[in-house]
Design a protein around this ligand. Sequence first.
Ligand code: ATP
Ligand code: MG
Length: 605
Amino acid sequence: MSVEAPRIRVLPADLVNQIAAGEVVERPASAVKELAENALDAEAGRLEIALRGSGIDEILVRDDGHGMSREEAALALVRHATSKLATEEDLRRIATFGFRGEALPAIAAVSRLRLLTRRPGDAEGTEVLAEEGREPVVRPAGAPPGTTVVVRDLFYRTPARRKFLKSARTELAACVRVVEWLALSNPAVGFTLHHDGRPLRRFLPCSTAADRVREVFPDVPLTPVEGILEGVAVLAFLGGPEHARPGARNLELLVNGRRVADRAIVAAVAAAYEGMLPAGALPPGVVYVNLDPAAVDVNVHPRKEEVRFVNPRQIYAVVRHILRDGLAGARAGGAAAGILPGPPAAVPPEETRPWRPPVPEPLGPRTFGLVPPPAPAVQLPAFPADAAFRSGAPPVESPSPGTAAEAPAAAFRPGSFAALVPAGQVFLTYLICEGEDRVVLIDQHAAHERVVYEDLRAALRSGPLPSQSLIEPLPAPLRADLLAVAEEERDALALLGFDVEPFGHDRALLRAHPAGLRGDPVEALRETLAVLAHGRGGERAVVERGLATVACHSAIRAGKRVSDAEVRALLRRMDEVDFGDHCPHGRPAWTVITRAELERMFGRR
Ligand SMILES: Nc1ncnc2c1ncn2[C@@H]1O[C@H](COP(=O)(O)OP(=O)(O)OP(=O)(O)O)[C@@H](O)[C@H]1O
Ligand SMILES: [Mg+2]
């Protein structure tokens, strides 16, 4: 009988670390996040982040935090070694970014890692070198107080992972975004980000979240909203519906300082806009949600990108309620446009780091460093127990009476727009037409957009959309993430009629745009890029999404006077296309009031 070696064996530590790294370190941005979070957990006041080659060649994160003793530094690269968690009870109330003792060994397993650290009170520092999965070398070294970690040649041992990385620009954009949201969640901490020696971002320490938000979103007007209800504190800075874009690209959700993707909060934001957002679109901005750490499980995702609320329905209801009230109040007060006005709210000195976990306990009015009014005793509206929420989709509001959604079947046959007689235009936006015992109200932009959209779709079947070349290329300042899209989706952009060339690290040159665009072609490009970036699918699907944006920018705007002749031309065109009821963004384009309804309104019936 031969003695066989057992087929099951315990994996060597290096291999275990590499496998763990596959989950924890997906791309350079995930390493930047882990290293920066460690620095924040070490109570750093300033973070210096320098990348080379989009973080693939090198990531350096330097902090002025509390540093490590030699003994601690030697343990830092050992799997499951952490200073942040000791008992099972701690795991239920995590108030630091880190808690697993996984990040450093995982990064070290797929790179060449050097750590240099010194506690402010120590005379000598420590250097730890880890390479090739070998036992780390630990030795004395001169070091400034704090910790510096340098990660070189990410994924050099795992070429398959390296192959999955996107373009250098996209990886860099992801790193920039990490720094931006860490800056948002830690306003009191200063951040600098360099790439290949060039400065990319610089956030000076701020005394309030509002100041930091202004730094991170310099171009978009954002309305501040805040409130505390049922122990959940919400602070948000949100853009108007006109700045909404598909998906959550420009919306950061920070739960107890941790950035997460969360359906309940997204649905609550959408619901708070009360039907003013195009379908699937979300406003830009940031929503901070702070609650008792025991009410949220952060240990549910390998890169901690999701959390699980003990009571997600409560979170949905509270966030929706606070945002809806705040946004409505801002609209009523006319504050929506001029945002974050006046000097930042004064903060008491001990509150200069309001956004560092742990969450203040008990949750009080100083939670945000701003001074929110005491929580009013508000009766929450009943939570909508609809299937849409459970599936994560924003709850659908039922259409109000008189919208196209219910009117046309009984009242008006599409296909007879041309027979209508234009009676006028109101608010420079709505066309009033009459015919066949009814008044038809048309949203000039939505209707024209639909017509243009169908035209463009037909044109696209036989090749790229007609394009208008510019004699002088137009410089288009773009955020790093959009610049990455401009590079990656060149073919789709060409089909849509855009000729764009990335230029430097913060702009592109626009050489041609779709013929027939109205308004600013750079704005049209920006929006198209944002739309192309959202979601996945083959080129066809990507182009389809861009088409709606090009149509939107080629259609008559709201706020523009139109002549009767133009209205008649539009009515004729509306008959030609398979009109449906909605513009490509999902809003109704027209609605009907019958003579009978009018007569009822005036008591004639
Ligand atoms: N910049 C730093 N300053 C001081 N101590 C640090 C720093 N980076 C890491 N450490 C120490 O090294 C330990 C291991 O770090 P690592 O990131 O691997 O795990 P963690 O942060 O505890 O948990 P997680 O895996 O969830 O991030 C930390 O618990 C901390 O004690
Ligand atoms: Mg960590």
